[in-house]
Design a protein around this ligand. Sequence first.
Ligand code: CTP
Length: 450
Amino acid sequence: MNGTEAPIRVITYGTFDLLHGGHVKLLQRAKDLGDYLIVGVTTDQYDETRGKLNVRDNVMTRIANVQATGLADEIIIEDYEGQKINDIQQHNADIFAIGSDWLGKFDYLNDFCKVVYLERTAGVSSTQLRAETLGITRLGVVGTGRVTNSFIPEALKVSGLEFESVYNPRASAAQIFAENNGVHQHFCDYPAFLDSVDAVYIASPHEFHFEQIKAALENGVHVLSEKPMTLNAMQTEFLYSLAHERQKVLLEAITTAYCPGFIRLVALARSGVIGTIKCVDATYTRRAESPARELMSPYGGSVTELASTPLLAISKILDATPERTSIDTYTAPEGGVDEFSRINLRFEHAISSITVGLGVRSEGHLSVTGTGGSIYLPAPWWNTTDIHVRFEDPRRDQNYHFPFAGDGLRYAIAEFVSMIQNKRLSTYKMRPKDSLFISRVIEEFRLQNV
Ligand code: CTP
C-alpha cells in the first residue's frame, strides 16, 4: 500500500478449535492478501446449530487463541447463517478468504467482495486433533431393533466414536446388524461384549435395562441408556450410585433433554419471564408402525413407551417433588397393556398433566401457564423447534426458533461422548434427579395398573 491507496481489508472465518498450524498458515496467507485482517470466530451456539457438536474450546478460548497469533487486526464473532454478507458490507471488506475445503461454497459472496480460496494445509485438522488428544471411545450397542437402527446414522455425526461391537442374545441378529452397519465385532455373550468396549448404548427391551446397565458399570463401561432407564425408582437410584462409585458416566437418552430448543425452553420458563409457573401440560402420542410389541409386552404400553419425555419436561420446568399423583388409563380388554393414559401430578405450588397414547394421534403440544404469561410449544414439542411466549398484551409476545437436526439423538450422543472424554460425570441437561422423577411416576403407574 502506498500513502494514497486505501488499505485492503480481508475477512476470514472459522471455528479455530484447538488452534493448529493449519489455522495459523491460513491466517498468515489471508493477512498477506491485504493490509488489515478481520477474523470471524463462530459462537458455540452457531457451531451446535450447524452440526459441529464436539468442539472442545469454548468461544472465549478460541478467540484468545486467534488473538495470540498476532495476525488478526480485529476479531468478530459469527453467530448466524448468512451473517457473512452483512459483515462484509459493515466492515467494508475487499477480500473474503477461506480454506480450499470450502471451494465454490462461497462464490455467492462475489457480489459483495472478491472471494479467494486458499490451499488448505494437508495433514492437520481440529477433528484429527480432537481424536488424538482425547482418544476414540469404543462404543458397543445393546439391542438391534428399531431404535438402534436410527442410532447409527445419528452417532456418525459425532466425532470421537468408533462402533466396536454389537450385542444381541441371538447370535444371527447380532451378526446381521454388524454386517449391515460396519460394526467390527458381534457378540451373544454379554460379558465378552463388555470387555470389547469403553461405552455402551442400551436399547434392549425395558425389562433388561437394569441388569445390563449394572453389569456394564461393574465392568467399568460408561452407559447411555434408552428411556426409561428402569421401571422403578430404587433401581434407578442404585444405578446412579454405582456409576458414581465406579466414576463412570450414566446417562438416560431422552433426546429432548439435549436439544438446543428444549434447553432454552427450560431456561425461559425458569427465568420468571412468565411469572410464577402454575401449570405444565404435555401430550405425547404415537401411531406406532408395529404397535403389537409395544402393546402386547407386559412391559410395554403408553406409559413405559412414551411418558419419560413429558415427565422430563415437568421435572425440568417445575423442579419439585409431586405431592399427589392421579392416573386415568385405558387398557384394552383381553389382557393388553395401557393404550392411553393421563397422569396428573400435584405439587405444592403447581399442577401438571401428561397425556400419552399408543396407536392414537393427538395434538402433541406442551403448554406452561404462569402468573404473567404462557409458553406454548406446538407439535411435535419433543423435537423442540418453536417456542411461543405469550402475554395478555400480544404486542409483548416473543417467538423463538431452534434447529433440531436429524432425529435428535445426536445431541444426546454428543453430550455422552463429551462427558466421557472430558471426565465430566454429570450434566445439567439430564440430571439423576430427572431420571429418578420419571422412574418414580412410572413405578407408581405400574403399581396401580399392571
Ligand atoms: N484450515 C486450513 N488448513 C487446515 C485446517 C483448516 O487452511 N489444515 C482453514 C480452513 O479451511 C478454514 C480455517 O482454517 O478456512 C478455519 O477452519 P476450521 O474449520 O476452524 O478448522 P478445521 O481444522 O478444518 O476444523 P474441523 O476439523 O473441526 O472441521
